[in-house]
Design a protein around this ligand. Structure first.
Ligand SMILES: NC(=O)C1=CN([C@@H]2O[C@H](COP(=O)(O)OP(=O)(O)OC[C@H]3O[C@@H](n4cnc5c(N)ncnc54)[C@H](OP(=O)(O)O)[C@@H]3O)[C@@H](O)[C@H]2O)C=CC1
Ligand SMILES: O=C1OC[C@@H](O)[C@H](O)[C@H]1O
Length: 380
């Protein structure tokens, strides 16, 4: 290990699908991605089901010498844990994050940070007051190609970016795959296309049309949207959003759990359109490993851009999924005493949540049973 390497000690809250994927990435040697300054150690995991399940989770990952807890409450009391990764369904994020923050733990919390913007604001306030690191796990933003695309846009290479189209949808057989209980469609778990997938469409629009501006110039967009519901549960199965940013740039964000683009088609799921050219980001947009740079041209003016067509590809190194880049960002922030990440700032997390609040208001999608409550503790 290089001298001065910082090791971040993780506690994992919940043992479902994404917790496993995230932990596998934590276990990959960071030097395989040229990260020589930080390392990760899983020191504990907790399952709300049982201590045995937490132990099985750790054993399956090949993690020895980590503690297995049968309650989340016990995990947050563990003095060895520097940061907690929250990987529960959306419905539980606010309560789980309050538990961790109130216990003085740094937190990385799966997307969406909470069910609504007010809940997110409260988490931010607590993190600020307690000097704790808090970040929504929008891992997409920490991919090298996402950073590269933001830099290209900020450099002015595309001219003025006037429009971003972004879609994240899947051709699910909704009845067969999800039924009514699955977290994707279950209202009790704050399911629905918008909060689960549409957040990625909004992520691309925000990281281009909002994040590339200096913080003082970032302003909320006007919002028009439409939503179709899955009859069996009442969650949204298809949502389309038009965003209009001050200055005239427009975003078109779509999401569906019934129809999709084909990953092998020529239609790119993200199109960033500037006066000098486009960037097409190829699927999957939550895990960007390729994009195409296309110079603007037309019959009258010929080629407008001064640069050439280019295809860029970068596989995820180390056999990983790509979640380790956000983990590295957490390690650097905690090491340096930074409570928020520049890549996913608190203010932007809240702005995206406000857009989703308004889209749900326009579509008449309300989560009941205390899921939208600010009260803590509350059994949801
Ligand atoms: N970044 C990404 O690419 C992805 C992110 N996600 C996000 O991760 C989160 C979890 O998704 P995923 O891992 O797929 O979900 P899973 O259903 O696979 O796992 C969720 C886990 O949460 C715990 N849990 C606590 N309370 C409940 C409850 N009432 N019902 C169900 N589970 C409960 C359980 O763990 P235990 O019993 O151990 O407590 C369960 O295993 C969501 O916020 C989702 O949006 C999901 C997929 C991909
Ligand atoms: O976050 C996510 O990204 C990838 C999808 O497969 C998954 O359903 C979603 O939760």
């Amino acid at each position: 290990m290089a001298a001065g390497t910082f090791t971040l000690k993780w506690g994992i809250l919940a043992t479902g699908g994404i917790a496993k994927t995230f932990c596998k990435d934590l276990l990959i040697d960071p030097t395989t991605r040229n990260a020589n300054d930080v390392r990760h150690k899983i020191v504990a995991a907790a399952s709300s089901s049982s201590q045995a399940r937490a132990q099985q989770f750790l054993t399956a990952l090949g993690v020895n010498n980590a503690k297995a807890y049968g309650t989340y409450e016990n995990l947050v009391k563990d003095d060895d844990v520097d940061i907690i990764y929250i990987a529960t369904p959306h419905s539980h994020h606010y309560q789980n994050a309050r538990l961790c923050l109130e216990a003085g733990k740094n937190v990385l919390i799966e997307k969406p940070i909470t069910v609504n913007a007010q809940q997110a604001e409260i988490l931010v306030q607590i993190a600020k007051e307690k000097g704790l690191f808090l970040m929504e796990a929008v891992w997409t933003r920490f991919f090298p190609l996402a950073k590269q695309i933001r830099e290209l846009v900020a450099s002015g290479k595309l001219g003025k970016v006037e429009r971003v189209w972004a879609d994240l949808s899947f051709w699910n057989d909704v009845e067969e795959e999800f039924g009514t209980g699955h977290r994707m469609v279950n209202l009790d778990l704050a399911g629905g296309a918008l909060l689960d997938l549409g957040i990625y469409s909004l992520t691309w629009i925000f990281q281009i049309l909002y994040h590339t501006l200096p913080p003082s110039q970032r302003s909320a967009p006007a919002i028009a949207s439409t939503m179709s519901k899955y009859e069996a549960t009442g969650c949204d199965e298809q949502t389309s959003i038009l965003l209009s940013f001050p200055g005239g740039a427009q975003g078109v964000a779509t999401t569906s759990i019934r129809v999709s683009h084909s990953s092998s088609s020529d239609v790119p799921p993200v199109r960033i359109q500037g006066t000098h050219g486009d960037i097409h980001v190829h699927a999957p947009i939550y895990r960007p490993t390729s994009y195409t740079l296309i110079p603007a041209q037309n019959e009258k003016r010929g080629k407008i851009a001064s640069w050439e067509f280019k295809e860029v590809k970068e596989e995820v190194p180390g056999g990983g999924h790509g979640m380790f880049w956000e983990a590295d960002e957490c390690a650097r922030c905690v090491r340096d005493g930074r409570v928020e990440s520049e890549g996913m700032p608190w203010e932007e997390t809240v702005s995206v949540m406000k857009v989703m609040d308004e889209v749900r208001r326009q579509g008449g999608l309300v989560y009941l049973g205390g899921l939208e409550s600010l009260e803590y503790p509350l059994d949801v």
